[in-house]
Design a protein around this ligand. Structure first.
Ligand SMILES: C[S@@+](CC[C@H](N)C(=O)[O-])C[C@H]1O[C@@H](n2cnc3c(N)ncnc32)[C@H](O)[C@@H]1O
Length: 497
């Protein structure tokens, strides 16, 4: 039987971000070859008369990236042989998604750094692609961190060769402090094993990388695969520093064996760039753990994720650390998919009545423009059926206009399961979801969530719906927030004009 993805029609596949420079106009190889003689030797013409390049030739893809950065962004750029070569259109998608997150009113606005957006690129690489694009396209400032000498040297060169954005980008070496315990001591784990692995950089728009090999997921084996390398955020971010976001294209793989499953391995990426102990799952888990310590130092934490199975696991980790919001998106990457994962500890903006409400575990929203047939009591019944459907227990008090709800972990998952749909069948590249994992059983069982929903008549046609978490020691305040947000969406759809 064809998979869901196979069944998905081409027209429903995610598309390149609409603000991406290349969404309407993919790179014109013939034009670029006519303008840049250095690019000419790499362009050939197929039987259909269309200009092409050999995507398995590192020199060809590097030259394409060089001329695109120069021609379209005014950036002078180079990387040494063998380093990971980014494709400009694909990398731009991630930048534009972050731009969307920053522009949205999902979380409370705050003045992190005045009008200037400040980002942190974890593992900026020799190519330094995200700071270069973010600074040149949007004027953002960046700290780009890395651990290898070659990455730091070439990222520095790529910044220095572009005086117009020089002031915006700091390249930061991640130091392993002598006095701090080693990762082995911290996690009682085995040593990092770096083995050769390459990622194929492909077509500027059509294909960037081969699909990541799908591996079966063994929770018991994976539990031991903690990241044990150099600091990621904690230890790299300085005291008192604030950022609007962090981003990361993590080392995806964990071994040469895994890399070997990828059929095309000719286009760059050193072991240090592509591999870490535990692969992307371990690396991003570390970002999540660091974010739980750094919390409001960043408005948004984000990472690229290569495997859907990892995405589900990571969302369950986010639930454990009590984030207030999770968003995902699917990036078009030619023949394969990458996901964007974003989270925050900043309270959701539209859902609260005061800046301190998130800590008080009280949330509220107004239902305005109610359709005539929906009285306060009807809304109360709709709330009851919303929770009943998931199997949660509900006690409706018609004289107080309240419902007391008790929901187990499974009930919470059932309530939020619709939000997971894009993980299985994304409909468009920028179809983002506030989402919560419903499928992983890796997180520890949670206490029952108990909360009360109250409905108050404000003025005719307007109701105030208030939710109060009954157990303040509840280990996952984020779950309550997400459920309450979901309730708001459902009620608005059902009851409001
Ligand atoms: C997949 S490459 C991404 C490079 C570039 N950002 C891109 O998208 O092409 C991952 C990078 O992370 C760096 N890295 C690995 N561990 C790191 C750490 N703990 N802190 C900062 N960078 C790290 C590697 O050296 C490598 O340059």
């Amino acid at each position: 039987m064809p998979s869901k993805r196979k069944r998905r029609r081409d027209s429903e596949r995610p598309t390149i971000h609409p603000r991406n420079k290349y969404s309407e106009n993919p790179p014109d190889f013939a034009l670029l070859a006519s303008l840049y003689t250095s690019f000419q030797p790499f362009v050939f013409y197929g039987r259909d008369g269309r200009p092409r390049i050999d995507w398995t030739d590192f020199n060809a893809t590097r030259e394409l990236t060089r001329v695109l950065l120069l021609h379209d962004h005014g950036i002078h750029w180079w990387i040494p042989d063998g380093q990971l070569c980014p494709t400009v259109p694909n990398r731009s998608n991630y930048i534009h998604w972050i731009e969307d997150l920053l522009a949205s009113d999902i979380i409370v606005k705050s003045n992190t750094s005045g009008d200037n957006v400040r980002g942190f690129d974890i593992g900026t690489g020799a190519n330094c692609i995200y700071p270069l694009l973010g600074a040149s396209l949007l004027g953002w400032s960046f700290v780009g961190s890395d651990v290898t000498d070659v990455a730091l040297e070439w990222a520095g060169k790529n910044v220095k060769n572009n005086p117009q954005i020089l002031q915006l980008i700091e390249i930061r070496k991640v130091e392993i402090r002598e006095e701090s315990p080693s990762m082995e001591e911290l996690h009682n784990d085995e040593l990092v094993v770096c083995e050769n692995k390459t990622e194929l950089s492909g077509s500027a728009v059509k294909k960037e990388v081969d699909p990541l090999p799908s591996t079966s997921f063994d929770p018991h084996a994976d539990a031991n695969k903690r990241y044990n390398g150099p600091p990621v955020l904690l230890g790299a971010v300085r005291d008192g520093e604030k950022f609007d976001f962090c981003m990361c294209n993590p080392p995806f793989f964990e071994s040469m064996d895994e890399a070997g499953l990828n059929p095309k391995t000719a286009c760059g990426g050193t072991p240090e760039e592509m591999i870490c102990h535990g692969g992307e799952k371990a690396f991003i888990t570390r970002i999540i753990e660091d974010s739980a310590a750094l919390k409001h130092s960043f408005r948004w934490y984000t990472s690229m994720v290569g495997r859907k199975s990892n995405l589900k696991f990571l969302i369950s980790k986010l639930r454990e650390v009590g984030v207030t919001i999770v968003k995902t998106t699917e990036f078009v990457q030619g023949q394969t998919c990458r996901w964007g994962l974003a989270w925050s500890f900043v309270p959701p903006a539209r859902k609260i009545v005061s800046p301190h409400v998130a800590e008080k575990n009280i949330m509220s929203f107004m239902l305005e423009g109610l359709q005539r047939q929906f009285s306060a009591f009807h809304v109360l019944q709709s709330i009851e059926s919303f929770f009943h459907t998931s199997g949660a227990s509900c006690e409706l008090n018609a004289s107080l206009f309240t419902i007391d709800i008790m929901a187990s972990n499974d009930h919470c998952d059932a309530i939020l399961k619709d939000e997971l749909q894009p993980l299985d069948e994304a409909r468009s590249c920028q179809h983002e979801q506030e989402t919560f994992d419903s499928s992983s059983s890796l997180h520890p069982p949670l206490n029952n969530l108990r909360f009360r929903i109250s409905v108050f008549q404000q003025i005719p046609g307007t109701l105030l719906v208030k939710g109060s978490l009954q157990h303040r020691e509840n280990p996952v305040p984020g779950a309550f927030s997400l459920i309450f947000q979901r309730l708001e969406e459902v009620l608005r759809q059902k009851c409001c004009r």
